[in-house]
Design a protein around this ligand. Sequence first.
Ligand code: 3PG
Length: 413
Amino acid sequence: MVKQFFTLDDFSMEGKTVLMRVDINSTIDMRENKIIGRERFRQLFPSINELKGSKVVLMAHQSRAGNPDCVKLGLHRKVLEEVLERKVNYVEDLIGSEARKAILDMENGQILLLENTRLYSEENAYSNRPSRLMKDTYIVRNLSPLCDYFVFDAFAAAHRSQPSLNGFTELLPSAAGRLMEKEIAALDSIVSGERKPMAVVLGGVKVDDSVSIASNLLSSEKADKLIVTGLVANVFLMANKIDLGKRNTGMLRSQVKDLDKYVEMARSLIYKYPYQIFMPDDLAVDNNGQREELFIDMLPTEKLIKDLGRNTIEFFCDEIMGCESVMLNGPAGVFEQDDFSFGTRAIFEVAASESIYTVMGGGETTTVIDQFDLRGNIEHISTGGGAAITYLAGRAMPVLDSLKANKKRFRLG
Ligand code: 3PG
């Protein structure tokens, strides 16, 4: 099938300098100074291996500006070396003279990792601006003259718009990497709508993405059921006028910028789709380290909510069992603590059962899959939770659009 964007098949990159945007954004154990999870690193192997006759310059982000884990990429370099079993050079610079000299000094077969793009204010300031404006940024102006091609293999960030993601496609011939190709192909098979009914289970902590996309999933009739868990469920409960208690609300406020806006959005969804949105009717809270179950009508509580309650777990699992396909993004609770892992484990296990076509996505999701050893029956494990649900919902994917425009701009022959 002819693709709407270039792939590695379209160019001969041997002996060339290839600027490659990857997504190795990871959970970092800040106390141990350790990266948790290797999946996003492993999935880069096919593209990087294919480019072993080129000079490969890697660009990546870690976390978001201002977060404590928005750190330099020294740890990432070590994990890349471990996973690729190759030497990876690293400069603590993205666009300055050190980075530029390191690129110019490269030889074929070498890999160079540049600094965390989100440590540069321009990357953050240009978020969500149109691609055409990004070619004027220092990031694009300083790096593009040193490179022959741009390869995009950061599927997990393909729903974002930033200079390092969709700026280079304005100037350099650009191709999707093998991971990007694989992700799009797998998601296309669920987007086709042949496997109905379909449930989308949204959990985890990225409430902004989930609530924004929920509306598209339901209005486009891609999702027949929307099941909310994790912090996403807490926002829907607030939208349903449930008082979670000061501590839980405070915790949500500290994690979700513009919480009130998302509560409002969730409220209008509940109003519009009362029979398609499934919310918890009991929860598990942390009582001095012990699991304690509470029905919703026993709220508010000053104990932290850490999991779904047993009734809800059973109810959600039944709803999932009644579906042909499931897209699952994010854990249902604090799965790292045994006592609060019941909901996550049960929901993931049922979604992974043989009779259901399952796509799961996201950094934390992959950690859960490995922790409970569930890889066997999952049709596709996406490296990107937010990106996968955005694609599924049919919303704009700025990088994909810029790759398509690039194919028109650099049409071969
Ligand atoms: C992710 O981890 O989902 C991607 O790296 C995108 O990160 P972001 O949500 O901070 O843009």
